[in-house]
Design a protein around this ligand. Sequence first.
Ligand SMILES: [Zn+2]
Ligand SMILES: [Zn+2]
Length: 183
Amino acid sequence: MKKEREPVFKIQIKILPVGSVEPEVLDAMLAGLVKIFPWGATSGKETPLPEISYDSQKKQYNADEILGTLKMLRSNPHELIIGVTNADLYVPGLNFVFGEADVNSSVVIISLARLHQEFYGLRPDRRLFLDRAVKEAVHELGHACGLDHCDSPACIMYFSNSIDDTDRKGPGFCRICKEMLGI
Ligand SMILES: [Zn+2]
Ligand SMILES: [Zn+2]
């Protein structure tokens, strides 16, 4: 008899709003993540944006500092925390980031700030905004699970330099990335 393949990871995905985030966004992310990841996902209660992460000159928040705070909130070694914030994020050396993952600590942060059409002077598109939020979440969680960027333009792990790149790629992992995740 063929043995069932054990999943490579035993992971519990937990979404945490960092600062105030609309419940509709969190619900869309939960629904989107469970379609892609077989481990399921839950959401937890809001945690404040750490003041230490704010750069008053850039008027942005340092993603690395936020990851440092989220790291403390993990309650067990299987937990993979994904923080979601409306704040605009940067990391030293980059003007902005859509999101950032700390592979060693299993924590991720994504920013919703640049996912709105309005940010680019365009008409609001709620569906597109929510799709982008899920895509960013899946991409950063892929990093947190050890994946690098993928060469396949249709794969969610393809590098996004701009929001157009995010819109062009597909919602899920390519076959190779899936195999690496064991899903
Ligand atoms: Zn990436
Ligand atoms: Zn891939």
